[in-house]
Design a protein around this ligand. Structure first.
Ligand SMILES: Cc1cc2nc3c(=O)[nH]c(=O)nc-3n(C[C@H](O)[C@H](O)[C@H](O)COP(=O)(O)OP(=O)(O)OC[C@H]3O[C@@H](n4cnc5c(N)ncnc54)[C@H](O)[C@@H]3O)c2cc1C
Length: 484
């Protein structure tokens, strides 16, 4: 229902951040319009189907869904928790990490189990492990929003923002093999341990140790639920709409425009790469130092993905994230492959699909730089299948029957991420090590999404709640904390 006093918000980008913020504003009485360049919304939250196989494009597992944590409260508040089919990963084996010597560790869920497991493996490091995990949890728990608390000042955490995770861990642990086990978290943050602030490391590990989760039947169900909230509140979602222009007069956005249409609103939320925003206007959106940082900061890593449909009843479903070390002369980051299986619907013993994530650089694909999705030609297809065969041969060293178990596969590359999400250089997690405020210098223009702050469901939910609170001028976190 719309009325003349109803406030309007226009969101540019229909990925997770655009939809989270759109749903929150819609629930709080705003008329929301989401403008999305692709023919479907969702960005990294989309999943696609091939026959009876469903593949996620940017969502294998996520953390922060345990009771009384951000994702759980957030989905309850939006009234969609019951629609979502979410299952925990295996609590005894949340992560399987293969080591260089082909042994592997199986990290369990829960603080006690996690630290006891590590102490059993590295008894000489017992004191250090206990102190390290204690500090991780103390620091991790200061992220108030993640635990559905009103934000407070935590001066004790400041030094961890300026210390690398690597130096932090070395204060407690000497064994390099044990230290390398922690580096798997790089896949969820986009940083290696030396580039990751200790604060972020503590936050991510606190979340993941307390439990990771996955969507059954694809993360698309979350997209559909968010879409319904926006529609039911009288909003609209407009696909196939790339915003190429923004009109700003006297520090206020008047409209945004695609090639053939303009949209006006009271508030505008930029929920895709800030680099795109800087490309379409010279108006000073940010302080000049921030503008320079956005232009100069490095993009996070990119990856290729092999989406495999498995032959029925050939490969066991492994309800864990699997990391296999990657030896590459190119020093790609992260230095591991990530494998995730999804179960057969009718028999969860067996895997239906296997997704293989391979860190990759867009520089290896420069000859197809000027091509677009689906139109890159036969040489590209040939290159991709050779690439996939090499990776599958390598994985056979760890899972010998894997090649025979695959029915068919499809491969995406950093170019896919670049063109599908509009992320410069195909960056999986936007820019690296930069923190862009949600408020801009323009009174009614706000920033959202992984490109400005934290990534993943928990990170983006946090930023979207904070952003919505800023626009509404009141706090929501207490309501979210008690939502059932
Ligand atoms: C390979 C991969 C694996 C991942 N795995 C996980 C995981 O397991 N767990 C987890 O929690 N997170 C994971 N993530 C991160 C998660 O997917 C992202 O943090 C999240 O999807 C980002 O949402 P976003 O809205 O910030 O950006 P996006 O999803 O990139 O959305 C931006 C949207 O804006 C649109 N757009 C771009 N330019 C324009 C324009 N000019 N006009 C209109 N629309 C535009 C894009 O088409 C896109 O739909 C993964 C990411 C990747 C890439």
């Amino acid at each position: 229902m719309s009325n003349n006093n109803q406030k309007t918000a226009c969101i540019i980008g229909g990925g997770m951040s655009g939809l989270f913020t759109g749903a929150l504003l819609a629930k709080n009485g705003y008329k929301v319009t989401v403008l999305e360049k692709n023919h479907i919304i969702g960005g990294g939250l989309q999943s696609f189907r091939r026959g009876d196989a469903v593949f996620n494009t940017g969502m294998q597992t996520f953390a922060g869904y345990s009771p009384n944590m951000i994702c759980n409260g957030f989905f309850n508040y939006l009234g969609i928790n019951n629609n979502l089919q979410i299952m925990p990963t295996n609590s005894n084996v949340q992560e399987i990490i293969w080591m260089d010597d082909k042994s592997f560790v199986s990290l369990p869920k829960g603080r006690e189990a996690y630290q006891n497991y590590l102490i059993d493996l590295f008894p000489n490091e017992k004191v250090g492990i206990l102190m390290l995990i204690d500090t991780i949890f103390n620091i991790g728990h200061t992220y108030d929003y993640l635990f559905l608390r009103q934000v407070q000042l935590h001066p004790e955490t400041i030094k961890f923002a300026y210390m690398s995770a690597d130096s932090f861990i070395h204060q407690y642990i000497k064994d390099e093999k044990l230290i390398s086990i922690f580096s798997y978290i790089g896949w969820t943050t986009g940083h290696n341990l030396s580039a990751m602030p200790a604060l972020e490391f503590c936050m991510m590990l606190t979340l993941y140790i307390q439990g990771s989760y996955r969507f059954i039947g694809g993360s698309k169900i979350l997209v559909e639920s968010l879409n319904n909230i926006i529609y039911n509140a009288g909003g609209q979602i407009i696909n196939n709409t790339t915003i190429t222009d923004i009109e700003i007069i006297e520090n206020k956005v008047i409209s945004v425009a695609s090639q053939n249409k303009k949209w006006s609103a009271d508030y505008f939320i930029w929920a895709c790469s800030p680099k795109i925003l800087l490309n379409i206007t010279d108006y000073p959106i940010f302080r000049s130092s921030m503008t320079n940082r956005i232009k100069e900061y490095k993009n996070s890593f990119s990856c290729s993905i092999i989406f495999c449909k498995l032959k029925k009843h050939t490969f066991k479903f492994i309800n864990s994230a699997i990391y296999i070390p990657l030896f590459s002369s190119k020093k790609v980051f992260p230095q591991s492959l990530l494998l995730v299986t999804d179960p057969l619907e009718e028999n969860q013993q067996w895997a239906n699909t296997l997704d293989i994530y391979i860190p990759s650089s867009i520089d290896d694909f420069t000859q197809w730089n000027d091509t677009t999705l689906g139109l890159r030609g036969s040489e590209y297809e040939h290159y991709k299948s050779q690439f996939a065969e090499n990776i599958l041969n390598y994985i056979s060293l760890y899972y010998p029957s894997i090649k025979e178990n695959i029915d068919f596969y499809e491969v995406s590359t950093p170019l896919t991420i670049r063109d599908y999400y509009g992320n410069p250089n195909g960056a999986c997690y936007g820019q690296q090590g930069i923190y862009i405020p949600i408020k801009t210098k323009i009174s009614n223009l706000f920033m959202a999404g992984q490109a400005i702050q934290n990534q993943g469901i928990a990170g983006i939910a946090t930023t979207s709640i904070f952003l919505t609170e800023t626009i509404l001028g009141r706090s929501l976190i207490e309501e979210i904390a008690v939502a059932k």
